[in-house]
Design a protein around this ligand. Structure first.
Ligand code: COA
Length: 331
């Protein structure tokens, strides 16, 4: 069996319209624009409208991808939605997206990889292309983090926002490279440092779990910060080395957008300057599974990346999870 590489043939993103600035947050939370910007690089974030949910953001990004590629939703074979904030525990956000966009011939599932979700999903989806069993795979990273924030915890509620990004994967043509390689890791020992305690089978929803604020993000920020820098650098360096590239070969490095100081630490280690790094955390904060596809979509829209450019995506998130994907841009 001859294996065909997967390539991205379209990318798009969707952000809710409502902007919430640091100043606005500071009216109800004991914080300030200065503190948030200095410690994280965030200026504002987007927040969904009442009644909207993750599958709505995901479906909007997905429809735009189909439009850009000029294909009908019925041509899609598989939908993978990377998210930690599905509309509900079941059915999956992927099934809801399948219905909303009318992808009648697709199957799909959600992938829980937190901030590494998109990288995990891209690697997973590319395997279905590589084996030749699927020809059109939608990979979506979408999260509504504002649905699981405790606005009385200033150390977490200022960090996140809502958004979605999507790509279409198809087989690469003869002579094209597409997705070259990926490195994926999990370290369950890190679970204790970033998690949502209730709402699952361990602590089902009860008056007590609500009263104790257990349905929101709990985090040991200092520990996560330390592991994030190390984790993102490791998966970046490993994938470059084993493919015989250096960071200087990259047109664009797309790190997960969790904290500008984490990104800067990785840039220093990889010896990359701003001209080669995607940064938009100031506008959208941490949108979890959506940060990387949103960066990719913005870079493609602005023609910052063009055909044949070498791109490296790198992520770190709850789990702990980390991952990198190295690819050549083929659009
Ligand atoms: N506004 C004002 N003060 C704040 C604040 C806020 N939003 N959040 C925390 N503080 C205060 C703390 O209460 C603490 O005060 P104290 O010294 O009086 O106790 C002080 O700032 C320092 O807190 P600390 O947690 O040590 O700050 P930090 O420099 O580690 O920054 C984070 C906190 C959360 C910004 C940082 O740890 C971080 O970004 N970690 C990684 C988080 C992340 O990326 N998560 C997602 C991973 S995918």
């Amino acid at each position: 069996m001859s294996l065909r590489r997967a390539k991205i043939t379209a990318v798009s993103h969707y952000l809710p319209e409502r902007r919430v600035t640091n100043q606005e947050l500071a009216q109800t939370v004991d914080t300030s624009d200065e503190w948030i910007f200095e410690r994280t690089g965030i200026r504002e974030r987007r927040v969904i409208a009442k009644g909207q949910a993750t599958s709505d953001l995901a479906a909007k990004a997905a429809r735009q991808v189909l439009e850009k590629r000029g294909i009908d939703a019925t041509e899609i074979d598989l939908i993978i939605v990377a998210t930690v904030t599905p509309d509900m525990l079941f059915p999956s956000a992927a099934c809801l997206v399948q219905m909303k966009i009318g992808a009648k011939n697709a199957w799909g599932f959600d992938l829980s990889g937190a901030c590494s979700g998109f990288v995990y999903a891209l690697a997973t989806g590319s395997q279905f292309i590589r084996t030749g069993t699927h020809r059109k795979v939608l990979i979506i990273g979408a999260d509504v983090m504002t649905s699981i924030l405790n606005y009385e915890d200033r150390a977490t509620c200022v960090l996140f926002g809502d958004g979605a990004g999507a790509v279409l994967l198809e087989p690469a043509e003869e002579g094209e490279s597409g997705i070259l390689d990926f490195v994926l890791r999990s370290d369950g020992e890190g679970g204790q440092f970033l998690y949502m305690p209730a709402g699952g089978s361990l602590n089902p929803a009860s008056a007590e779990t609500v009263q104790k604020n257990m349905h929101s993000v709990h985090q040991n920020g200092k520990n996560v910060f330390k592991f994030a820098v190390r984790g993102m650098c490791e998966v970046s360096q490993e994938i470059l080395e084993r493919n015989h590239f250096t960071a200087q070969d990259l047109k664009l490095y797309i790190p997960h957008q969790a904290n500008l100081r984490i990104i800067r630490a990785a840039m220093e280690k990889l010896q990359l300057d701003d001209s080669r790094v995607a940064i938009n955390i100031d506008k959208y904060a941490n949108t979890t599974a959506a940060t990387i596809p949103i960066c990719l979509s913005e870079a493609s829209e602005s023609k910052r990346i063009i055909k044949n450019d070498l791109i490296l995506m790198a992520s770190f998130g709850a789990g702990f999870t980390s991952g990198s994907v190295l690819l050549r841009w083929e659009i």
